[in-house]
Design a protein around this ligand. Sequence first.
Ligand code: UD1
Ligand code: CA
Length: 478
Amino acid sequence: MSQAPSRTVVVLAAGEGKRMKSATPKVLHPLLGRTLLGHVLAAATAAEAAGTIVVVGHKAEQVRGHLSEIAPDATPVLQEQQNGTGHAVRIALEAAPDADGTVVVLNGDVPLLRPETVAALLTAHEESKAGATVLAAEVADPSGLGRVVRDADGNLERIVEERDASPEVRAIREINAGIYAFDAALLREALGRISTDNDQGEEYLTDVFGLLADAGQPVGVYVAADAEETLGCNDRAELARLRALLRDRVNTAWMRSGVSILDPATTWIDVTVTLSPDAVIDQNSQLQGTTTVAAGAVIGPDTTLVDTTVGAGAVLLRAHSIGAQVGPEAQVGPYSYLRPGTLLGRKAKVGGFVETKNAELGDGAKVPHLTYVGDATIGAKANIGAGTIFANYDGVNKHHTTVGEAAFVGSDTVLIAPVEVGAGAYVAAGSAIQTAVPAGSLGVTRAPQRNIEGWTARKRPGTVSAEAAEQAATGDAG
Ligand code: UD1
Ligand code: CA
């Protein structure tokens, strides 16, 4: 086989996407870990192109900014007025005068497209030596889409937009997915000849097919094996539908690789997440961003993990975590909130109603109940009592607290940072600690207790409390 020609990718992302009714350009709407544009660029990597051009227009600065984050090697080209898909490609090619070989054009709003399909389209196109090849699909409801019109021999004759179509053409259910491969030279030449003689008065990229066919150039159709991949996104209802389809695709792939997903319908995993075999994901859970979950860990039910690393055998129950690292066999939840900079050692425990931020817990350290841990280092095997507050903020600056190995902090304590509790030290319940407690000492700041006898009878006569007190007194006397 001869060597593949050089390839250039052009992604069309200049449109507003009016029907989204959004301040955010359509291609920047998120879908399980990437924007629509991010998904299309990910699929386009299969082209192994020498260069990638992204045509930007509506809210160009926003799209450029996003592009510089996710695809810094791509070249944005500005289409000031959105005069149609043909106009967009023409401008892209003017900015790349040396591009030859194959030009791959992708609409920016077809996020379910698989890289394998792009590769297969390119192989079909290049092996057939066609001037242009369109990715098509047979769909139940073709409304709104361009139709593939074939001649009696089944060869592509032209692509007709629905709004320009006769009733006969509208009845065709084979649609243009908005993904194409072109011979660069033939595409340039044809784009110079397309008219704006259509219902929208725009330059249609799709007219290139009719022009090439009329000139006797072979043009091809590559029919997608899975029509779902070709679904575009025009409004938020379609976006939600695509999201559910992608959810199912992602979940199925993880289950096939050995992950237990107990309720796939309520489990939403970004395409950027990594899971290990024998991880268990229980219902109503969301795994997002760079999250990774090691073998045997149990996530959920009702747990959200964003950019979180979970070690083998850890358990997170009804937890919300952003930017945390959870060690192997650690336990979190229910109802706890791990914030960025949280680092839990092996078998560390963060129990119910605990919030942590920038907090390192050593191996086996425990923060079991109702506690805020901000800016702290807690030694291995230390125990933090219920209701402890690490007071890290003085209203201007944040300060650090260090609790030594196997220290024991009694319930309802305030540790006023910066402060240190030494290894093996104890803090008495209800203390407010603001100077160091040396290793092995007991820190206590409580006022001595005094009891005022008979207070209830004198100050709260006639209450149920007074009655109970009197009965207790009589009982004592009897
Ligand atoms: C287009 C196709 C239609 C196909 C459908 C598949 C044309 C004329 N029609 O229609 O046959 O079935 O896609 O989804 O191509 N864009 C620009 N600049 C422009 C116009 C559009 O960059 O001037 C971009 C949009 O941002 C979008 C893509 O091109 O990402 C497609 O544009 P859109 O207006 O959605 O085309 P459709 O009407 O859906
Ligand atoms: Ca569209």
